[in-house]
Design a protein. Structure first.
Length: 217
C-alpha cells in the first residue's frame, strides 16, 4: 500500500512548538497523555504530528508471559488500521482515528477489535475496505518504520508514548488522570523546560494508581 500525496500542509509559524507524539492505540497510558496534549493545544500554539508505534514490535524480542504475548499479537490490529488510513488518506486522518479508537477501547472498554474497527470506520465515514488491512501484514513495514523513528530517538528500554518537543524526544510523561487547565499547562511548561537541557535523561517515580479515564472528554 503506497501513500497518497495530499498537499494540505501549512508552514507552522515561528511561534508554534513542533511536537511529535508516538502512540500505540492499545495503550491506556498513551491515551491519557494524548488527552493532556490535546488540553494543552487548546491554550498553546502546538504543531502536533501524531505517529504510530507498536507494543508488539517493542516486545517481540523480549521474554514476556504467553498471555501478554497473545495480547500483543492481537493488538497489532489498531496500529495497522491507523497506518492503513494514513497511507491512503494522509496524515490528517491519524488524530481523528486515534480519538475514535480511544473512545471505544479506553472509555467504553470495548475489547473486540472485530466490532470496534468497523464501527470506528463507519463513524468517521471512512472506506469500509480499510478493515482488511487490520488482519494482514500488508502495512506492517510502515508500522515498523514509524515505530523505529520514535524508539531510536529514546532507546529500547521505554514504552509508549514517546514525545518529541522541537526534536528532543523522551518517553512519557506517564500521568493518571490527564491534568486539565492550569495544571496541564504547568506540566507542559516543565516538559518543554527539561527538553531544552541536553544532559537531562530521566525523572521517575513508581506508579501508585492505574489509568483513570475522564469519560467526559
Amino acid at each position: 500500500m503506497t501513500e497518497t500525496t495530499v498537499d494540505n500542509t501549512t508552514e507552522p509559524s515561528a511561534a508554534r512548538t513542533a511536537v511529535e507524539f508516538w502512540f500505540d492505540p492499545n495503550c491506556p497510558w498513551a491515551w491519557m497523555t494524548s488527552r493532556w496534549v490535546g488540553e494543552v493545544a487548546e491554550h498553546r500554539d502546538l504543531d502536533v504530528t501524531w505517529k504510530v508505534m507498536s507494543l508488539f514490535v517493542l516486545n517481540e524480542d523480549q521474554d514476556v508471559p504467553d498471555t501478554y504475548r497473545e495480547r500483543l499479537d492481537q493488538g497489532q490490529v489498531y496500529p495497522r488500521i491507523v497506518t492503513a488510513a494514513r497511507l491512503r488518506l494522509g496524515q490528517q486522518i491519524v488524530k481523528p482515528l486515534y480519538d475514535a479508537l480511544g473512545e471505544h477501547v479506553h472509555h467504553r472498554q470495548e475489547s473486540d477489535p472485530e466490532q470496534v474497527v468497523p464501527a470506528v470506520l463507519a463513524e468517521l465515514g471512512l472506506d469500509a475496505d480499510l478493515v482488511e488491512y487490520a488482519w494482514t501484514d500488508e502495512v506492517d513495514q510502515a508500522v515498523r518504520e514509524s515505530h523505529r523513528d520514535g524508539i531510536e530517538r529514546v532507546g529500547q528500554d521505554v514504552g509508549t508514548p514517546v514525545i518529541a518537543v522541537e526534536g528532543t524526544a523522551f518517553f512519557g510523561p506517564v500521568i493518571s488522570p490527564a491534568p486539565k487547565g492550569q495544571q496541564a499547562l504547568d506540566l507542559w511548561d516543565g516538559v518543554v523546560a527539561v527538553a531544552k537541557v541536553p544532559g537531562f535523561f530521566e525523572l521517575k517515580r513508581s506508579r501508585t494508581v492505574g489509568p483513570i479515564f475522564d469519560t467526559t472528554d
